[in-house]
Design a protein around this ligand. Structure first.
Ligand code: MLT
Ligand code: ZN
Length: 460
């Protein structure tokens, strides 16, 4: 080992897994953004909490920056290590620590995948309800660090609602037990909630106690084709008033084109500009209500066509049309916006933004999809082949500035669920006031006095 600091770490922790192979540095140094060239100092994969504490104390002693790392499925560069940082991967800390049937909680290590958490909850007849397409690769620690949302927020809320307790290694190596699984705890600042969504800048989440709940009743999945953008919010209002929704997601014909080219099956014939996938509780009354809502939507000119899944396989095929979008776009390395608004602000905002994007991106392919029922839109822009990466990003950044200003006027957020990371730090001010940012920096200073945890992320 050529680096004396790493040699000293290896001395302190003789059993630590420490990787310096170039292929490993590349693998662990990047996330799904693929925009930065990975360049970490090394990668460590601790096996327990005590090792994490020693690593953080070592980093303090040598002034080495740390990048806490989960499944690296992030889309904002939050887990990128491109500046000689030490990647602290929680990958090996991926076990269930305990289940409490009375409290209905599952305690897990931070490196468990979301899918493994789902399976563990199901093995006890319960569910952990936060869910999204990256479930097989993302880690629960990463979900907590970004307060991840996904496709069931409309029913269950974001990750934040499901965290009963956290074990965290703070920036100075101190171990914190936050909230200890309590339902009620009116004893001052709830530091747990500061950690959730802090993108690895306040501490390393090493363990979490997750709340579980009963599985939902059997559900039905429906795909709807809509004739125009205005119909989106009308149909949402209609379905929400008649049905107990579990999901209400939208995508455009452009998104459909990509997902079909990637192997999904067309479910509705013809050309339609907008589609909705919705899932709702399906007792007998709901079946009638869904049909009545559908017919009313057709009568009012908001729905052009629709299909209701007749089997689990068909439900999965309809969901694939929505959930397969990110993967189908990934080869194009899209520029991603992930924005959120109050639902009441959406109709006006959608019109403004549609005009803005049409004007600013006349020659670019723009793909819209997302969690419209939560006020969360994903706007993905694809690079024309003739344009260099640099020019493409510069043009997209120009449009994002305009988008951020529009969001500010409408009281929205530049990041709904992907986090700020590296990608959106220049736009934090469109969503947070100077006073808020100053307080956030102050909090960071308290948790991580030397600023070694994920530096450059969130604030820049
Ligand atoms: C999604 O909703 O599919 C995810 O947030 C991923 C993405 O936006 O690409
Ligand atoms: Zn999303």
């Amino acid at each position: 080992m050529t680096d004396a600091r790493l040699a000293e770490l290896a001395d302190r922790l003789p059993n630590l897994r420490l990787l310096t192979d170039p292929a490993d540095l590349e693998h662990y140094g990047r996330d799904w953004t693929r925009r930065w060239t990975p360049k970490p100092l090394a990668v460590v994969l601790p096996g327990d909490v005590a090792e994490v504490q020693v690593i953080v104390r070592w980093a303090n002693a040598y002034g080495v920056a740390l990048v806490p790392s989960g499944g690296r499925t992030g889309l904002s560069g939050g887990a990128v290590a491109a500046n000689g940082e030490l990647v602290l991967s929680l990958e090996r800390m991926n076990r269930v620590l305990g289940f409490d049937a009375v409290d209905r909680t599952l305690s897990v290590q931070a490196g468990m995948t979301l899918h493994a958490v789902h399976e563990a909850a199901q093995s006890h007849g319960l569910i952990y309800p936060v869910d999204f397409a990256a479930r097989g690769s993302c880690s629960i620690g990463g979900n907590i660090a970004t307060n991840a949302g996904g496709i069931r927020v409309i029913r269950y809320g974001n990750t934040r609602e499901w965290i009963a307790g956290l074990t965290v290694v703070a920036g100075n190596g101190e171990l914190l037990q936050l909230n200890r699984g309590l339902i009620k705890n009116s004893s001052g600042y709830d530091l747990r909630h500061l950690l959730i969504g802090s993108e690895g800048t306040l501490g390393v989440v090493v363990e979490a106690t997750l709340r579980l709940t009963d599985p939902p009743p059997p559900s039905q999945v429906m795909l709807l084709a809509l004739p125009n953008m205005d119909a989106l919010m009308e149909v949402f209002g209609l379905f929400r008033s008649r049905l107990n929704l579990q999901a209400f997601e939208f995508f455009t014909d452009v998104a459909l084109k990509h997902v079909l080219a990637h192997g999904a099956q067309r479910a509705i014939e013809g050309e339609h500009p907008y589609y909705v996938v919705t899932e709702f509780d399906a007792d007998e009354a709901a079946q009638d209500a869904a049909l009545a809502a559908f017919e009313q939507g057709v009568d009012r000119g908001w729905i052009s066509d629709g299909v209701i899944a007749q089997s689990e396989a068909q439900a999965a095929a309809l969901w694939r049309l929505r959930e397969g979008i990110t993967e189908s776009l990934a080869p194009h390395r899209p520029y991603k916006n992930d924005i959120s608004l109050r639902i009441s602000a959406l109709p006006l905002f959608l019109h403004e933004i549609h005009q803005l994007l049409g004007r600013e991106y006349p020659h670019f392919e723009v793909v819209w999809f997302g969690h419209i029922g939560d006020g969360n839109l994903h706007i993905n822009v694809l690079r024309p082949e003739a344009l260099s990466d640099e020019d493409f990003i510069a043009q997209c950044e120009h449009v994002t500035k305009l988008l951020a200003a529009t969001l500010e006027r409408h009281g929205g957020s530049i990041s709904a669920e992907h986090g700020i990371g590296l990608v959106k730090r220049a736009y934090l001010r469109s969503t947070r006031s100077e006073a808020e940012i100053a307080l956030m920096r102050g909090v960071r200073q308290v948790f991580d006095p030397k600023g070694l945890l994920n530096p450059g992320k969130l604030f820049g």
